[in-house]
Write a new protein. Structure first.
Length: 291
């Protein structure tokens, strides 16, 4: 997971007007009329091709939660705060039997949209897997009151938000590419650890279809780092080789490409680079490109 700056999402004036008008009409609907209204307005609002295109321009065509490349798959425009019902769960990620109406008034709010893969957004439960956001959105404490503007909602949300820089800083990936609590936090925080647990489960970050290619992506970066170090040592030897310097530069450029914002699993690969700083002192020198 990397930080996604929503300020870079450029929505056309026409679509923004459609979203605003839809909200104005929505608040006049009864609770029984909302579902039908969502279906009526979907294609012209969060299902609009222009909105999807706008979301893809920020960090490329990948899921904001899992960072898996969407390729030719059918991407989901997820409502970070669910527009429909919310199924309540406890700290063990088990259903409590309670439900709430969700954040229906934010159905057409641009700040509530996230580009997501089906693996992260839709529930999948079978013998091999259990995860997906679906109708789950756990918070500790009270939920926002109906009608509260998005920017005035201050909840203790458990799932990490890729559009929150402080949330993203909590996520880390171990040398095998597995998501975990950030080792940068000197004193473990029980609330933060619970948030990591909820995030992995809700966004299905441990699903085989996501974890396997992520592990391979991390291995590729580690291999590139070893190659770069080999060239660096040859360049810095008692008989420096300028050809090795050129090769080192090319490896650095390739690593920078692999961990760029639009790259698949950039967050996990960046963790591999940061971890490697203990072994390769030249990474700090190149940190403008690699960190």
């Amino acid at each position: 997971m990397i930080f996604v700056n929503q300020a870079k999402v450029v929505i056309s004036d026409e679509l923004r007007s459609d979203l605003k008008n839809a909200t104005t009409e929505l608040v006049q609907k009864t609770s029984t009329e909302r579902t039908a209204y969502f279906k009526l307005k979907r294609e012209a609002t969060w299902g609009s091709p222009s909105l999807l295109a706008a979301l893809k321009t920020v960090v490329g065509n990948k899921c904001w939660y899992s960072e898996i490349d969407l390729g030719g798959a059918d991407p989901n425009v997820d409502h970070f705060r669910p527009k429909g019902r919310v199924v309540e769960i406890d700290n063990e990620m088990s259903k409590t039997g309670q439900e709430s109406d969700g954040y229906w008034w934010l159905a057409f709010e641009p700040l509530n949209f996230r580009l997501s893969s089906q693996h992260a957004n839709q529930r999948r439960v079978d013998k091999q897997t259990d995860g997906g956001k679906a109708d789950f959105f756990p918070v500790l404490g009270e939920r926002a009151k109906v009608g509260t503007p998005y920017m005035q909602i201050f909840e203790n949300v458990l799932p990490l938000d890729p559009c929150s820089a402080s949330d993203v800083s909590l996520m880390w990936f171990d040398p095998d590419g597995k998501p975990c609590y950030s080792p940068k936090k000197k004193q473990p925080n029980q609330n933060d650890e619970l948030r990591i647990k909820a995030t992995i489960w809700l966004y299905h970050l441990d699903k085989h279809d996501t974890a396997t290619p992520r592990a391979k992506a991390v291995d590729e970066v580690k291999r590139k780092l070893r190659q770069a170090d080999n060239y660096y040592q040859l360049w810095q030897s008692t008989n420096p080789c300028l050809r090795s310097k050129a090769s080192f530069d090319r490896e650095i450029e390739e690593i920078a490409r692999l961990i760029a914002d639009a790259a698949e699993f950039a967050g996990a690969k960046r963790c591999a680079v940061r971890t490697a700083m203990a072994d390769y002192d030249w990474i700090e020198t190149c940190q403008a490109l690699l960190i």
